[in-house]
Design a protein around this ligand. Structure first.
Ligand SMILES: Nc1nc2c(ncn2[C@@H]2O[C@H](COP(=O)(O)OP(=O)(O)O)[C@@H](O)[C@H]2O)c(=O)[nH]1
Ligand SMILES: [Mg+2]
Length: 468
């Protein structure tokens, strides 16, 4: 009885072992076939069946790695030619599968090629291909492309240098906007409502936000925009258009001396901007003189002298409370006699009343013209980006009274309100000449609409990465 039971038990175990072995073999064969297919797609960029090259036998760890890939499936992978991507790929590129939630959210939708099925992720060095492949069979990679490994042409380096200064804005409404498009395949009314909400809180200003939205709705009605990625592309393109002015570049050699008048409210960054700009001009070999027209505060003159002494620029000053126009007049006269190339005139941002300030500034303009015909050649309004929508109101007040030829937007590094630049540019149609993204000389950056929008909307990971 007992012996028979043992025999039965052994027979059952043998049968089960056989079954497990068989199914194990079957799973192994399927995995091996999948891994081989992935390699084929990866290496040849095709899904067409072709004669397979002989491979060494798969090791157990290869099978193990393959089975852990969350994105593995038998779906065909579409290979995309390098042309539609922003960064043309060098010799090495890996076709990466796109629409996993994580991978999609790692890049803002603007970076997506027209068909968001797959993108070409360039690698910096061809040599990195080997180990990279060993770890991540490219065609099914769900790991985010690693930013620092991307090659960087000169223009992209300029954009990259701007990115840290724009981080507060990038990681607020720009990020929220980007997240609206992540994983979205279709445009629904909800998406438009969400876009509206984000734009209205972006400090762009109600007028400019509404304008963008009504244009967007109209494009949707005309079926000119068909998918969410196209909306993102549209917002980027319109931003560049708004920020691009039909104005000639500033030519500091257009007059001798070239007189630049700097105006703006107290604390907006006038004196600091003058100091940074003077350093830049001196680095170009120009002789610069500074006129300390902010006679309202003694500290302002001292601050200008500190900047002047750094690069050896003479500073013309008046007594505290002196007429600023007389200081500017003296400065221009001295510049003419000393063969100075550029005079930069500082002014006060606050007098006893607003009306007085505007009158005072108009007088400075007139007197500058008496010291040198055609002066001031440019008048730049310095605006503190941290004041958000107030900045738009402020700019409107100044430009009503003064002929302003350029805007300098400072302190973008310290605020999420960088969207204000769009409102200012859209409503005033005055070119932004420089932006301030920090305290150092190099943080005063010549404004270039294209680069700015690239850095702001960017294709660097800016959305999901920070949230996990
Ligand atoms: N973070 C940052 N601070 C800035 C920038 N521009 C100016 N500042 C600071 O803003 C403050 C006021 O600047 P100031 O030039 O004195 O303003 P003014 O009263 O208009 O002359 C100073 O502490 C500057 O260092 C900028 O782009 N980024
Ligand atoms: Mg000042």
């Amino acid at each position: 009885m007992e012996g028979g039971f043992h025999t039965d038990l052994i027979a059952a175990l043998v049968a089960m072992g056989g079954l497990a072995g068989l199914s194990g073999l079957a799973i192994y064969a399927v995995r091996r076939a999948r891994a081989a297919r992935r390699r084929q797609i990866d290496e040849e960029g095709t899904t067409q069946p072709v004669a397979r090259p002989k491979r060494p036998a798969l090791r157990p760890e290869d099978v193990e790695a393959g089975s852990e890939e969350p994105g593995a499936s038998d779906e065909p992978v579409v290979s995309v030619p390098a042309a539609p991507t922003k960064q043309p790929s060098p010799a090495s590129s890996v076709v990466s599968r796109e629409p996993t939630a994580e991978a999609a959210s790692s890049a803002l939708p603007g970076a997506l090629p027209p068909k968001p099925r797959a993108s070409v992720v360039p690698l910096r060095e061809p040599t990195s291909l080997g180990p990279e492949r060993g770890k991540l069979p490219g065609a099914f990679s769900v790991e985010k492309p690693r930013g620092p490994e991307r090659p960087m042409p000169a223009k992209r380096r300029g954009v990259a240098a701007l990115v840290p200064g724009l981080e507060p804005t990038r990681s607020s409404w720009v990020k929220r906007l980007g997240q609206l498009f992540t994983g979205k395949k279709e445009i629904d009314p909800e998406l438009l409502d969400e876009i509206e909400k984000v734009l209205l809180t972006a400090d762009i200003g109600v007028r400019t936000s509404q304008k963008l939205l009504s244009e967007l709705r109209e494009s949707l009605d005309r079926h000119a925009i068909k998918d969410p990625a196209a909306i993102w592309g549209y917002l980027r393109r319109r931003s560049v258009e708004i920020l691009t002015m039909d104005a000639p570049a500033v030519d500091f050699a257009a007059a001798h001396p070239f007189v630049l008048l700097i105006i703006g409210v107290n604390g907006s960054g006038k004196t600091t901007t003058i100091g940074k700009l003077a350093s830049k001009l001196q680095a170009q070999g120009r002789r610069v003189l500074l006129a300390a027209g902010d006679t309202f505060r003694a500290a302002a003159t001292e601050q200008l002298e500190v900047w002047g002494s750094k690069g050896g620029a003479p500073v013309v000053r008046g007594k505290e409370g002196a007429d600023p126009s007389s200081v500017v007049f003296d400065g221009i006269k001295r510049a003419r006699s000393e063969d100075i190339d550029v005079v930069i005139a500082d002014t006060a941002g606050r007098l006893h009343t607003k009306k007085n300030l505007m009158e005072e500034l108009q007088k400075v303009r007139r007197v500058a013209g008496k010291a040198l015909e055609g002066a001031p050649h440019e008048t730049w309004l310095v605006i503190d980006a941290t004041s958000g929508q107030n900045a738009i109101v402020q700019a409107q007040e100044f430009t009503r009274e003064m002929s302003v030829t350029g805007i300098v937007l400072t302190k973008l590094d310290g605020t999420a309100k960088g969207g204000v630049i769009l409102g200012i540019a859209d409503q005033l149609r005055i070119p932004v000449r420089f932006i301030g993204v920090g305290e150092r000389v190099e943080d005063l950056r010549e404004f270039e609409a294209d680069d700015f929008v690239d850095a702001l909307f960017g294709d660097a990971p800016a959305s999901a990465e920070d949230e996990t």
